[in-house]
Design a protein. Sequence first.
Length: 368
Amino acid sequence: EKGGHEYFMLKEIEEQPEALANTLRGHFVNGRIVLDEQRMSDQDLRDVDKVFVIACGSSYHAGLVAKYAIEHWCRLPVEVELASEFRYRDPVLDRDTLVVAISQSGETADTLEAVRHAREQKARVLAICNTNGAQIPRESDAVLYTHAGPEIGVASTKAFLAQIVANYLVGLALAQARGTKYPDEVAREFAELEAMPEAVSRVLTTVERVRALGRELADSKAVLFLGRHVGFPVALEGALKLKELAYMHAEGFAAGELKHGPIALIEEGLPVVVVMPSPKDNPVVHTKLVSNISEIQARGARTIVIASENDDIVRPFADHLIEIPAVPTLLQPLVSTVPLQVLAAEIARSRGYDVDKPRNLAKSVTVE
Ligand code: M6R
């Protein structure tokens, strides 16, 4: 049932192209993005003047990616919050606030209670969920189901990528409702999304090489992850995967923060994973990251660089180079996350841990 794999997580990593295709299916009809179970009017969607994204764990990292897409496409302010913090401060919510609640299980207590709090304050709630008929979508005003299929591994993989795609669909739905994108622009963005399952399939051709690197890194004491722009949430996700599976100290940073403290952690041989944007699509951020890598390399770190194919600029700074397809920066988390999932799983396996059932963790966290 593991499809010939040693652990479910690897099977689920390899199912990601199909998961993304399934999430996209049926959401672009007659030239328009459509949501599932929309119980709010199109006018309500048009009236949205502020967005909160609430979620926990990996779903929170997917939410961080949503901020970049929604702000860019819709010109709406977006705040991303850990669900467990949201209702214990006093967030400013009203009927024109859209709260996007992201939950694979749809049963996470922190997220559910945050949804209830938002609805009490009259905000509208849109749920992104992988489980049909779960409690969070039942209590929401609109739903976008991710259709990634059941996820057995406790660590989220295909559900995470599907959540990111669902966020893009929410961004396009809002852009369409608000008129910040013309219909032909929405269609073009959707076509870009439709090309992503194929791009993820291409990343999967690197799995064995990344596993070999994982075996080399299995004895490390710690690993740092750096990124900028949407590469920052990817860095956070890479670090979370490593913590939960390999029980290794791992931290993700926005690379620009390095000089404000974390650079003090860099020492000889420390593995540092850096997520690069495509130099063609985002030359400004690319240049900044190259200078960050050169700083850490000069201090003896072992650099593991996730970069777009044919990125010749970064090559001299990479002790290990993992190439991914060159895709638009906003969509890059869909390809750059994949090697980090494989890396964490393989480090965990090499250390003798159960990749599918990490200690102390449950698939669905139904207590606050
Ligand atoms: O079911 P949810 O998406 O609400 O779960 C949220 C987190 O508990 C979940 O993403 C957790 O962080 C995973 N172990 C990540 O791999």
